[in-house]
Design a protein around this ligand. Structure first.
Ligand code: 8OZ
Length: 362
């Protein structure tokens, strides 16, 4: 019997060959000359085309949205041309691929921003670190965006979504998780604004609403999803004083736009899968589209989650680093390569494209 995890699924404007998602993974291997994906990136993603859907590493929507050394962008013509090689290679192997649109907000450093300060909803520094290309450094103090700049950032998202379409991506995933810009606007820990973008929950979801609207205007709702992490304190974002109320309002926004999928980091990012009793079920139940579960899933948990309807699809991150053919291995019940311990961030082919598939590609 084929478990449901390995069966096709259709939603929005997407038809996917299985319910296994490759989660977004920052690997810091873009060409620093223009933050452009390289031919190694093409090989890396095409090796992983067995997933029902690949979500790329976070890709900054503008130079201002960058927070780490060697992450790729999706704002320039050169980046679009390089990503087009990636999408073509994945499509040639029968895969589907979404790009993750990323603005880090305050999680950055002046050395990555031509000497400028990072931007955020409020001038509050996170107790978090980033990598500047030679060492880990404390994030720089951010400055608060003014209303005109917020409108400009929304246009940056629109422009990035237009580029994603031009590059041949099947979908986009808006990075709304892990304490980056959208998450910073949502929570009362990181957003202390007193204008239309701060204060009430309605005001704090406004930036999300505008970003989703802009991206959907280019990609279409049937090809747009979002990643959220309501119960995570990643990047010192802090837990909102009313997580369930806030994220219920956020999900209402997603429903209004008819978003195709919600990709949820369940619990602490990369940590324990815990959340208040019933809270996750409430949020999942509220969303009208396809639900992608993520965080520490192995084969058994993933098969059970999709079989029971707890999730429509399951995303795997770390396992995809050392198992390029993870979907095929899971379907066959084949052994998995152990989690990698080095080569995660930066470098070349080693630890990136040199993990073999169980059965070499034709
Ligand atoms: C690991 C290292 C740098 C960035 C996230 C984009 O947590 C990231 C990230 C992960 O969402």
């Amino acid at each position: 019997m084929t478990e449901k995890l390995f069966t096709p699924i259709a939603f929005g404007d997407l038809t996917l060959k299985n319910r296994v998602v490759m989660a977004p993974l920052t690997r810091n291997r873009a060409d620093p000359e223009g933050d452009v994906p390289t031919d190694l990136t093409v090989e890396y993603y095409s090796q992983r085309a067995g997933a029902g859907l690949i979500v790329t590493e976070g890709s900054q929507i503008s130079p201002e949205g960058k927070g780490y050394a060697w992450t790729p962008g999706i704002y320039s013509e050169a980046q679009v041309a390089a990503w087009r090689k990636v999408t073509e290679a994945v499509h040639a192997r029968g895969g589907r691929i979404a790009i993750q649109l990323w603005h880090v907000g305050r999680i950055s450093h002046t050395s990555l921003l031509d000497g400028r300060q990072p931007v955020a909803p409020s001038a509050l520094t996170a107790a978090s670190r980033t990598f500047d290309g030679s060492q880990f450094v404390e994030t720089s103090a951010p400055r608060a965006l003014d209303e005109a700049e917020i409108a400009r950032v929304v246009e940056d998202y629109r422009h990035a979504a237009r580029n994603a379409k031009a590059a041949g991506f099947d979908a986009v995933e808006i990075h709304g998780a892990n304490g980056y810009l959208i998450d910073q606007f949502l929570r009362d820990t990181s957003n202390t604004r007193t204008d239309a973008y701060g204060g009430s929950q309605e005001n704090r979801v406004r930036f999300l609403d505008e970003v989703v609207g802009a991206v959907v205007s280019e990609m279409g709702a049937g090809r747009t999803g979002i990643r959220l992490s309501p119960f995570s304190n990643a990047n010192d974002v802090g837990l909102d004083s009313d997580t369930l109320g806030l994220f219920s309002k956020a999900i209402d926004v997603l429903n209004r736009h008819g978003l195709a999928f919600l990709h949820m980091v369940e619990g602490q990012t990369g940590g324990p899968r815990d959340w208040p009793e019933g809270a996750l079920e409430t949020l999942r139940g509220r969303f009208h589209g396809t639900y992608i579960a993520n965080n520490g899933y192995g084969r058994d948990l993933a098969v059970a989650a999709v079989a029971s309807g707890k999730a429509d699809m399951v995303a795997f991150g770390k396992l995809y680093i050392s198992n390029p053919d993870l979907a095929e291995r899971l379907a066959a019940g084949a052994p998995l390569a152990p989690l990698p311990t080095e080569g995660l961030y930066g470098g070349g082919a080693q630890g990136y494209t040199d993990y073999p598939a169980l059965v070499p590609a034709a």
